[in-house]
Design a protein around this ligand. Sequence first.
Ligand code: PDD
Length: 298
Amino acid sequence: MSGQVPEMLYLDGEFMPLTEGRVGVEDRGFQLGDGVYEVVRIAGGKLIWLDDHLDRLRWSLGEIRMVGALRDHVLGVVIPRLLQLSGVGEGTVYVQVTRGAAPRDFPFPPETRATVLAYTRPLEPSPVDAILAGVTVHPVDDIRWARCDIKSTNLLGAVLAKQTARDAGAQEALFVGAGRVVREGGSSNVFAVFGGEVWTHPADARILNGITRRHIVELAAGLGIAVVEREFTLEELEAAEECFLTSTSRDVMPVVGVGGRPLAGGRPGPVTLALTDALRAEIARLAGLPAPALLRRA
Ligand code: PDD
């Protein structure tokens, strides 16, 4: 195709510019949030950890009883094709599968024809200065449902939390559950360092088990950094040595403030920077790009 379109859409078997996509008013994703999604990172024109994302998508579909929705679907071929058509080098692919269009009713329609879509969007990776500056987080009560492990398009809890955080001047919301336990960020996982050990919430139904989170755990093991899946409270976090967030679009982001107060001296610590360097190097390796400059100074 001549003239690549950076925001290129695949919708139910057709490729088109994103602005040309149309979905029915009674699509259950639109009316009921009855669907699941993924966000996949593009770096150096390559899809990073695509298989992990497709596995999690199939798992999410199974949990909402749409187990066969992608049985004969060529999503694993469509997504690389989207990349070619869009020419995006740095960005994301958003993938969504809903229970399709049917007269509005809560139980499943007698016949489900899933709506499957995916589209590319350019996004520059965080510049080094922004990583080193870190982000601040704002604690909010976790009012979400009890199956946050499913990557559902039902995101009202996160929408409200992230707006509250923004209103408070913070870059990310911090979901705090029963017993003041820190669950995760509005759209990120949370790690904190205590006594040199990295703690993160167990991968249970209260959080999304992030793909970035999983790779950070692996990379930490390779560096001899201990990671423990263990709950910690907001009060414990306020006294942590370090804290960071992970997500597909932002890799690792050091947290330098919580609830309007500085955290961990207000600057990224050595464990955070070592893991940020490791993740950036691994993504560059997978993308076939030169190794990025190290953030951690010896
Ligand atoms: N969100 N927790 C929540 C609630 C999330 O929404 C996300 C990602 C993560 C991190 O998961 P991963 O490392 O697989 O991206 C954790 C995506 C990026 C989003 O909604 O845009």
